[in-house]
Design a protein around this ligand. Structure first.
Ligand code: ATP
Ligand code: MG
Length: 600
């Protein structure tokens, strides 16, 4: 390809709305253009990158025996009603774009494809003899993200590879999940990415495994915790740890203390000279359940710990045996709207009586009470007295009618000891989630009644797995991991072109001819080569070549007269001046080191 024909528009200035390096560089390098919020055009250079990544993904998926398909993006509401997800995905903060067709039927644009694929499997896979089956596709997904940002990192239309597997039993699902894990590791490695596999939350589906693949980068939106040697890694939602020990409360009898203007843990601790680990903090929240009920929840946490909302949602689901739509803090205003007397916010105790809920308009009138073990294990502590501006000092659980059900509800923190190897402490890192593998179990197949005939002649719901890779996010994550001040340094396997030939002076016939000759030779060798044939100053072309980040640069300049060229490796800037035939040989050798397909 010739740069003069490439529609290449590079930008010198950093675009105002791009906060992170990879987003800035993709915009500046003429890879992407913003069309709307979270909506991007992939320009020709970008499309080549995406096709190269897709080709690697396809090869590795095909190698597992998965079958490539293409499922519809326009999905009838009825399918999502069968799985019970229509409401959650379209109402409130739901992320599904949805619309009404001319017949007045509801349809949604696919944010994911479990519903479509499960219903197909139910129709096509009738017998255990047809199992296992894995299908995959690479195509656009639509999600009306609340905060689309960072370019391709969180788009509202983006490219995903998603795969779904169907099995006769849990064991076979586990086998497939293990194969996908390995395939994912190969994919990221071949793309030149350093990705860490971390344990992830698998929702309230009992026992199911889930793992995310994170590209570690400062700009990542996810927080991950790892042991120092990396043998344990989990995202914040899932991570567990040994908490730091609490500071014991000095000896003394239980007493009520006045705590005016000490409604927060910080205020209470500085006002009363306490350590936060000596306090039990109580949070009142409202869980909206899929069943329609609205359940008030009272959480006790040690004062120095933070509530983990995902663990809480799972605990509420498991305890009440039902799906949770959302859990939000209860405000004084909500309490009054329910027709209830004001609650002593800022001084709530774990024993806040259920009577405060009596007569509520739409809430259940009994608290679900849960405590994190850090709180449940405290012998003596300070907690709210359920009277405004008063706390109890030196209280204990037996004084409060016993501790509520203890269940892990807190965030593990950097500096905590690692549960799996207690001599190590946890370190926090930021990550970009580029892939996710998940044992779904029978959640969808049971809900959608997708069954097959077993060897014994009975009907059983499929065991399912799903496996996603954010193809467009991965492309940008690669830039986040591989760039310098001057621009992108693409890993060779996913670079839009492998080599760029820069003819320094287009007016010089010798240079031009040698440039053209090398261009044809490299093309004939099956190398993806770009020829910068623009009549720009050499300096401009070098700057652009640095910016767009082609891994190898062949400069045809003054030395062309004696058959010499300059070969530069973009990432290291290693430069050699050598006869042009040798440069070609060197490039051929480098290209042989990668197994990725070229794109034409
Ligand atoms: P996130 O937590 O980042 O919102 P997710 O867990 O909802 O992502 P999945 O449903 O697991 O995403 O989708 C599979 C993969 O698709 C993710 O691992 C991620 O790489 C990618 N992905 C998800 N949402 C987006 C998005 N809005 N833009 C680009 N890629 C995305
Ligand atoms: Mg995910």
């Amino acid at each position: 390809m010739r740069v003069s024909r490439l529609m290449l528009v590079t930008l010198r200035d950093v675009p105002a709305d791009a906060e992170i390096a990879s987003h800035q560089l993709l915009l500046r390098g003429g890879y992407i253009r913003r069309v709307g919020s979270g909506i991007y055009a992939y320009l020709p250079l970008m499309w080549r990158v995406l096709r190269k990544i897709s080709a690697i993904v396809q090869q590795e998926m095909d190698a597992t025996g998965a079958l490539e398909t293409l499922l519809p993006q326009l999905q009838p509401a009825e399918l999502w009603e069968r799985s019970g997800r229509w409401q959650g995905y379209t109402a409130g903060e739901g992320i599904m774009f949805h619309l009404e067709d001319r017949q007045g039927r509801q349809v949604g644009l696919g944010p994911t494809h479990e519903e479509v694929v499960t219903s197909l499997a139910g129709e096509l896979l009738r017998s255990y003899r047809q199992l296992p089956v894995t299908v995959y596709q690479i195509q656009n997904k639509f999600r009306d993200e609340i905060r689309p940002r960072f370019g391709l990192m969180r788009g509202r239309e983006f490219i995903m590879k998603d795969a779904y597997s169907f099995h006769a039993d849990e064991q076979d699902l586990g086998r497939c999940y293990g194969e996908m894990d390995l395939a994912y590791r190969r994919i990221f490695e071949r793309c030149g990415l350093q990705a860490v596999a971390v344990e992830a939350d698998s929702g309230a589906i009992g026992g199911a495994a889930s793992q995310e693949f994170m590209v570690t980068a400062e700009a990542g939106e996810d927080l991950i915790l790892t042991s120092e040697d990396g043998s344990y890694a989990a995202n914040l939602e899932k991570a567990v740890s040994i908490p730091t020990p609490a500071t014991p409360l000095p000896a003394g009898d239980e007493r009520v203390i006045d705590t005016p203007n000490q409604a927060s843990i910080d205020e209470l601790c500085s006002g009363q000279d306490l350590d936060a680990s000596q306090v039990v903090k109580v949070l009142a929240l409202l869980a909206r359940m899929e069943s329609g009920s609205q359940q008030p929840v009272l959480i006790s946490l040690r004062g120095d710990q933070e509530l983990n909302e995902v663990k809480l949602a799972n605990a509420v689901c498991a305890t009440l045996d039902g799906g949770v739509l959302d859990i939000t803090p209860i405000s004084a205003e909500q309490v009054s709207k329910q027709g209830l007397e004001p609650w002593p916010f800022g001084a709530l105790g774990p024993d806040l009586p259920d009577s405060v809920l009596e007569g509520a308009k739409s809430w259940t009138t009994q608290f679900l009470r849960l405590a994190d073990p850090t709180a449940a294990e405290l012998d003596r502590f300070v907690c709210g007295a359920n009277t405004p501006d008063q706390h109890r000092w030196g209280s204990n659980w037996s004084r409060l009618d016993g501790s509520p059900k203890a269940i892990d509800l807190r965030n593990a923190q950097a500096g905590d000891r690692c549960l799996q190897s207690p001599d190590q402490t946890l370190v926090a890192r930021r990550g970009i989630e580029v892939g996710h593998i998940f044992q779904l179990g029978r959640k969808y197949s049971q809900a959608m009644d997708a069954t097959f005939t077993t060897a014994e002649g009975g009907q059983d719901a499929f065991w399912m797995g799903c496996y996603g890779i954010g193809v467009s996010r991965l492309a940008q994550a690669a830039v986040e991991q591989h760039h310098d001040k001057a621009g992108i340094c693409w890993p060779l396997a996913i670079a839009p072109f492998q080599v760029v030939i820069v003819v320094a002076n287009m007016q010089d016939d010798t240079q031009l001819q040698l440039g053209e000759q090398l261009y044809s030779t490299l093309q004939a060798s099956g190398i993806d080569v770009l020829l910068d044939d623009r009549s720009e100053r050499a300096g401009v072309k070098f700057k652009d070549a640095d910016l767009i980040g082609i891994p190898w640069r062949l400069v045809v300049g003054r030395d062309a007269a004696n058959g010499q060229v300059e070969l530069v490796e973009r990432a290291t800037r290693d430069t050699q001046v050598l006869p042009h035939a040798e440069a070609i040989t060197a490039l051929r050798q480098v290209m042989n080191t990668i197994t990725s397909p070229t794109v034409d």
